[in-house]
Write a protein that binds this ligand. Structure first.
Ligand code: SF4
Length: 418
């Protein structure tokens, strides 16, 4: 389809018609609990299917070549939906968060709106901003609270998944229970809000405890990097399963970490601008979110160790990152470096940094990774760039990496510098 002349330059739309169905791109499993929280607030939401080759083809058709992979994938998914038979854009809204900071994410919404408009589609795009800690004013506090509890629950459930699956005796058992748990969480949130979610979570966690597992020593691999690609199985070529298949056990930086970071930035910005009411509100919200972390974490007590239940505060990650990337550089690098250092301190035998091709923050993390490695016993560190192409050498690189990680872990266990 030929592009028409672009005449619109819309700005982010926050409000929306509650009668419309909201479609969310499948960045990761957390999308399910957002749909649950929407349902609890009386709004129909749907998670778009996981990305595939068609998504990529659609996205590439309308990208100019310089965009990052998450933009291509989300744009492709929206176009796939819009072109599906019988789809009525007037009854739907698309969901696309945005952000300020030193990278392209702030432009996703605008460029997508331009592409869709140029193709003749008139459809709402709901956009929430990181500057505003992703607040959707129209949906009120209950939506926000439900979403937060849901996101925490999925973060912790994934930790259980990655801790159990490599050791399962019955292949597929962990995935099955995880998928059933996800569905239960979405349904519980949608029908009974946070209270029901907590009940459902308790049942799911107990089921994980029943999965038969074997004793085995595996090197622990910390996965950090650009949040979309790190969390998206298609975008990162199923890196977690690949590492598990080669004998590792992963620890992946949680999604909620980014939201705590946006709180911190909002507190700093509002203090600087002397917007004291907003400052106090954000501070209270942050306290409340930490309370939620404790409440959700209690459901996992006995299944996850205390350091896995309580993530280090963002201030700690920023201190970890300080010798390499200063906090003044806004965005993910401080979290990625800070988290990598945290994983190393907790016994990781290797770090993988995942980044989309030409990602600005990701490239910065890759650049300083040599220094971080040097300061931490030359720990194996792999920077993996993804552009949507199938990488024929990915498995080979990972095999070598896991081999090094095993040696690193063995040397560390003997108490020697590897
Ligand atoms: S973090 Fe990287 S991949 Fe994500 S929008 Fe920014 S530049 Fe693109």
């Amino acid at each position: 389809m030929a592009l028409k002349r672009i005449e619109v330059a819309p700005t982010a739309k926050r409000g929306f018609d509650r009668k419309k169905t909201v479609f969310l791109p499948y960045m990761c499993d957390h999308a399910h609990v957002i749909v649950g929280a929407l349902a609890w607030c009386g709004i129909e939401g749907k998670v778009l299917p996981p990305h595939d080759e068609k998504t990529l083809a659609y996205g590439r058709r309308y990208a100019s070549g310089g965009e990052c992979l998450p933009f291509i994938l989300t744009t492709g998914e929206f176009l796939k939906l819009l072109e599906s038979p019988g789809f009525d854009p007037q009854k739907a809204a698309l969901f696309m968060p945005t952000s300020c900071g030193p990278c392209r994410f702030g432009q996703y919404y605008n460029v997508q709106k331009l592409i869709l408009s140029s193709l003749g589609y008139d459809i709402d795009i709901i956009s929430v901003e990181s500057y505003d800690s992703y607040t959707i004013q129209d949906l009120g506090r209950e939506f926000r609270k439900c979403t937060w509890y849901g996101l925490l629950a999925v973060d912790l459930l994934q930790k259980l998944l990655w801790k159990t699956r490599p050791y399962e005796l019955e292949p597929g058992a962990t995935d099955r229970i995880y998928q059933e748990s996800l569905r239960s969480l979405q349904e519980a949130l949608g029908t009974g809000g946070r209270k029901r979610l907590l009940l459902s979570l308790g049942e799911s966690v107990a089921r994980f405890g029943e999965i038969p597992v074997r004793e085995e020593e595996r090197p622990k691999i910390g996965v950090v990097g650009e949040i979309y690609i790190r969390a998206n199985d298609y975008g990162n070529s199923e890196i977690i399963r690949l590492v598990e298949g080669l004998g590792g056990e992963v620890r992946v930086a949680p999604v909620c970490e980014w939201l705590y970071y946006t709180n911190r930035k909002k507190i700093q910005d509002t203090r600087e601008r002397k917007e004291f009411l907003k400052l106090i509100n954000t501070w209270i919200e942050d306290l409340w979110q930490h309370h939620g972390e404790k409440e959700v974490g209690q459901r996992f007590a006995g299944f996850l160790a205390p350091p896995e239940l309580r993530e280090p505060p963002v201030s700690q990650l920023i201190r970890n990152s300080d010798p390499y990337v200063k906090e003044v550089y806004r965005g993910e690098p401080v979290l990625d470096i800070g988290k990598a250092v945290d994983y190393i301190a907790k016994g990781a035998a290797g770090i993988i940094n995942t980044l989309p091709f030409s990602c600005m923050p990701g490239t910065m993390v890759s650049a300083v990774s040599t220094l971080v490695r040097k300061d931490h016993g030359n720990i194996p560190w792999l920077n993996l760039t993804f552009d949507g192409q199938k990488q024929t050498n990915l498995k080979t690189r990972l095999e070598a990496f896991i081999f090094q990680a095993r040696r690193f872990a063995a040397s560390a266990a003997r108490g020697r510098s590897p």
